[in-house]
Ligand binder design. Structure first.
Ligand SMILES: *Cc1c(COP(=O)(O)O)cnc(C)c1O
Length: 551
């Protein structure tokens, strides 16, 4: 008599890919994947989202309970596809919303393989050749960014936030040696610019430094850290007996693509070591999770311009490289492939100039008796994570192989070309003005103004003159309304999806400047989609003007 569970076990076994070759079952597996892809395809349209975007019922979601009976693979697929409804299509030519990339077929296959065979990068015993893949990506990127590949090291981790967390943890071990073991017993401060990512607060908090030990340095009009203020603040901290836990330089700020002068930061750091005879060298981490990809132009000949970019694009690319090619001054660098590397989440790499810096975070073997007894590659002895998926690594490697340096140049060059085109269009109209004119990425922040505003100098007046406070606030509201219209049109498939930033920067007198934001990261965006942005903004202006006229 066969136990009842045995019958069900057979069905459940069928829901796993077969561990032993079984071609018939493989085709069932592939067919199941195809069904899912096919079902999602039915949700596509002219609009930059999948299907409809309906209100979300969290109340109903909270009623969910684990069912007594399971379902078939087919039923589950059908239900999962429903969760894709309403998602933004990041690759859609009408999407210019944020720094989220569309993903390549190769990177998806990387993720699929890593998910299918589930390597664990903690230890090469559990990841074998996938451990080599991680070392290969580390070496490729170290070389690309100008580190000595013989000395450099790195690990994939849980996001751009994770890369900066590692950077600051290494910095703390340098400034307060032994803090990993004894805890943080002295105050140490961390510096970052006000344009840097807000994860700095998390990091200072979670590391146990306390967010109050984070010193935020204002940025200049170019959205780069103000070096005079950094010098003053760092000198002040050292004079008052505090340690410097680390300096975060941002190369490619999220909102404006501001680039900190990492060469100047390094010079300042070295001066301070001398001046105060420091027993440690404060750690400099470059948050280049967005900017790293521009490094493919470090050795591009802008004179020959074999790829045929327009002069304005060349100027923008060369302008960015001016700072990007200094990345190697940093002691560690954060890289997101899930931003301008076109992989799925999560694919983030921490690079260190000196591999020995990573081993500062190493735990003693006796704390981990059940792992790492042998093998030569054991990143799990110093990583924050225990299990580390191979999916980010294989996705990154896939795209590096797929694109090569030339492919990355094409794709980055194209999105910068589109952003430059947008800036040109916006500047050719008297009623719109670009705010981050001196930044060279693929993100454009701009404002529109009603008739009768002298846009030639309004930007400066709003920024610096407190007498313009009311005007600024009115224009903030005005731009929110413009955004609402453009967004509505975008959702309806008649326009382009943009975003809005509540605070591009603060004015000298402390008010936030609201801006419309176009972030181009899809290779499918082309000239007509850029022209559409301007067209929709002008339509919104007309609509607001006539609404005012009739009220
Ligand atoms: C996106 C971003 C981060 C955070 O990265 P995650 O991968 O989302 O954790 C950090 N810094 C900058 C500059 C970013 O743009």
């Amino acid at each position: 008599m066969v136990a009842p569970y045995r019958k069900l076990l057979e069905t459940i076994r069928d829901a796993f890919p077969k561990p032993v070759s079984d071609r018939v079952h493989d085709s069932y597996f592939v067919h199941s994947l195809m069904r899912a892809i096919d079902a999602v395809d039915a949700l596509k349209s002219e609009r930059p989202i999948l299907g409809e975007r309906n209100p979300l019922d969290y109340g109903a979601a909270r009623q969910s309970r684990l069912a007594e009976e399971g379902k078939s693979v087919e039923e589950v697929t059908q239900e999962l596809v429903e969760y894709c409804e309403g998602l933004t299509l990041w690759g859609h030519p009408r999407t210019q919303q944020n720094v989220v990339p569309p993903v390549t077929i190769s990177s998806l296959i990387g993720v699929l393989l890593a998910s299918l065979y589930n390597p664990n990068l903690a230890w090469d015993e559990y990841s074998h050749r996938v451990a080599l893949a991680e070392v290969e990506v580390v070496t490729m990127l170290a070389t690309l960014l100008g580190y000595d590949p013989e000395r450099a090291g790195g690990v994939f981790t849980f996001g751009g936030t994770g890369t900066t967390l590692y950077g600051m943890k290494i910095g703390l071990e340098k400034a307060l040696p032994g803090s990993l073991e004894h805890g943080i017993r002295e105050d140490a401060v961390v510096f970052a610019s006000d344009g840097s990512h807000y994860c700095r607060y998390n990091i200072a908090g979670w590391l146990g430094l306390g967010a109050k030990n984070l010193i935020t340095i204002p940025t200049t009009g170019h959205n780069a850290m103000d070096m005079d203020i950094l010098r003053t603040q760092a000198t002040h901290a050292l004079k008052s007996g505090r340690k410097i836990g680390g300096i975060i330089a941002t190369l490619g700020t999220t909102d404006a693509f501001g680039l900190d002068d990492i060469r100047a930061i390094t010079t300042l750091r070295d001066d301070l070591v001398q001046e105060f005879q420091l027993s440690y060298v404060p750690h400099i981490h470059a948050d280049a999770v967005i900017g790293w990809a521009w490094s493919v132009f470090n050795d591009y000949s802008f004179e020959d311009n074999l790829l045929g970019f327009r002069p304005r694009t060349l100027r923008a690319l060369a302008g960015a490289c001016h700072h990007i090619h200094d990345l190697a001054f940093a002691d560690s660098i954060g890289i997101d492939f899930h931003k301008p590397g076109f992989t799925p989440y999560i694919s983030s790499l921490l690079l260190v100039k000196e591999e020995a810096d990573l081993t500062r975070l190493r735990r003693p073997q006796e704390q981990m008796p059940y792992l790492y007894q042998f093998g030569e590659h054991r990143p799990g002895m110093y990583t924050l994570e225990t299990s580390r998926s191979g999916s980010g690594t294989l996705a990154a490697l896939a795209n590096l192989k797929l694109f090569g340096k030339k492919g990355l140049r094409v794709i980055i060059g194209h999105i910068v070309e589109m952003a430059q085109l947008l800036a040109e269009h916006l500047e050719s109209h008297a009623c719109t003005t670009v705010l981050n004119r001196d930044n060279f990425g693929s993100v454009t922040l701009f404002r529109a103004y009603p008739d009768g505003v002298d846009t030639f100098n309004i930007k400066e007046k709003e920024m610096h003159d407190p007498a313009y406070r009311d005007v600024l606030l009115q224009h903030n509201e005005y731009n929110r309304k413009i955004y609402d219209f453009v967004h509505q049109e975008g959702m309806a498939g008649r326009g382009v999806m943009l975003s809005l930033t509540d605070c591009y920067r603060k004015t000298d007198y402390g008010e936030p400047i609201v801006a419309l934001k176009s972030f181009i990261l899809s290779p499918f965006v082309d000239e007509e989609n850029v022209e559409m942005v301007v067209k929709k903004v002008l339509e919104a202006r007309d609509l607001l003007a006539s609404a005012k006229g009739t009220s």
